[in-house]
Design a protein around this ligand. Structure first.
Ligand SMILES: Nc1ncnc2c1ncn2[C@@H]1O[C@H](COP(=O)(O)OP(=O)(O)O)[C@@H](O)[C@H]1O
Ligand SMILES: [Mg+2]
Length: 351
């Protein structure tokens, strides 16, 4: 595998003191990497620095092994898709797509072929003569994507491309994008604040917070092994409880877990609702407060001596629960976060 995009120690500090610091991300050829984080964490700043729309304060950006930091956007081998589609309203779909190719002095026949190829990819063949105002939001974004693809970029940059669309369309386009990306072996840097979107389409996710990187990992590793309390809070659902670490043990109420990292004192324990499991043996007593049916699973709210807990159970197991009943639960996996460094303890398992 070769590195197609290499961002090294990138920083961009705005006059206000805000911005991003020490961003190092490498994207392999044919890989889809997502920058994920809350609004204002610096995702757009990183993406626009790669595209050449922002001048970084420091660091380097290489595409295909070539330093591009000094190049203007149009000279970079990258293309960008924005949240607001940025189509030219006075031009037909065909002209919107053909515009950049005409600049490259591509012959008419070749040009028509290329435009058809791009429209085919985004499932909009036959729309050549329409104007952007005659298209839905989803269709406009597909055209914007086709236009970017026609530039045959070495890196495709997408800044929250689907966030202006409704949920159903967002799901559809997300899947289509992933298909196109795989088929064309495209290298992509994708930006979103939507964790579900990031988990579903990415090869790897870069979780950002307040201008820095918290974790870079595959979606399943981000979910199963969040590197910090921030990542644990931001991604998926998680119960947080107080625990006490001492010697080789972490004590959470009546339960004990291995203290692999030798933490001491009060720590925070994270437990995913699906990792709270019913037990007949030793466990934590819990009173069922609420049962909410959410389709193929139910969310159960439990009251315990160490606090309120959320638990997910399969639809088939729902009959084991009744409001006001007392049950016993265990945690199949926990994450331990030390308050000083918020370090993650990946090997904590029930003992
Ligand atoms: N042109 C600018 N001038 C000053 N501050 C900016 C500018 N653009 C962004 N910022 C600040 O930099 C931080 C990161 O912004 P941005 O990259 O847009 O975040 P995101 O895309 O994750 O929402 C924010 O605090 C934002 O207010
Ligand atoms: Mg942004």
């Amino acid at each position: 595998m070769s590195i197609q995009l290499s961002i090294q120690n990138l920083s961009k500090i705005y006059p206000t003191g805000e911005g991003v610091r020490d961003i190092t991300v490498e994207v392999e050829r044919g890989e889809l990497v997502t920058l994920l984080g809350p609004s204002g964490c610096g995702k757009t700043t990183v993406l626009r620095s790669v595209g050449g729309f922002i001048e970084p304060s420091g660091g380097s950006i290489q595409i295909g092994g070539r330093e591009v930091s000094q190049l203007p956007p149009e000279k970079r081998p990258s293309a960008m898709v924005f949240q607001s589609y940025n189509l030219w309203p006075h031009m037909t779909v065909f002209d919107n797509l053909a515009f950049s190719l005409k600049l490259k002095k591509i012959k008419k026949k070749e040009l028509t072929k290329k435009v058809s190829w791009a429209l085919g990819l985004v499932h909009l063949l036959g729309m050549e003569k329409k104007y952007p105002s005659e298209l839905s939001g989803g269709q406009q974004q597909r055209i914007a994507l086709a236009r970017a693809l026609l530039l045959e970029p070495e890196v495709l940059l997408l800044d929250e491309p689907f966030s202006a669309l409704d949920a159903k369309l967002r799901h559809e386009l997300r899947e289509e994008l992933r298909e196109i990306q795989a088929k064309q072996n495209l290298t992509m840097l994708f930006v979103t604040h939507d964790q579900e979107e990031a988990l579903s389409i990415s090869d790897r996710i870069v979780v950002m917070n307040k201008g820095h990187i918290e974790q870079i990992a595959k979606p399943q590793d981000i979910y199963n092994q969040p590197a910090s309390l921030f990542v644990a809070q931001f991604i998926g659902r998680m119960n947080f409880l107080k625990g006490i670490a001492e010697a080789d043990k972490i004590t959470v109420g009546p339960m004990e877990f291995l203290n692999f990292h030798q933490y001491t004192g009060e720590i925070t324990i994270g437990v995913r609702p699906e990792d709270v499991i019913l037990t007949e043996g030793q466990g934590l007593e819990a009173k069922v407060e609420k049962i909410m049916m959410l389709g193929h699973y139910a969310e159960i709210t439990l009251h315990t001596i160490i606090g309120r807990l959320k638990m997910f159970v399969d639809r088939g197991d729902m009959n084991k629960f009744q409001v006001k009943n007392t049950i016993k639960v265990q945690f199949s996996t926990i994450q331990a976060f030390n308050h000083q460094n918020e370090k993650y303890d990946r090997r904590n398992q029930v003992i």
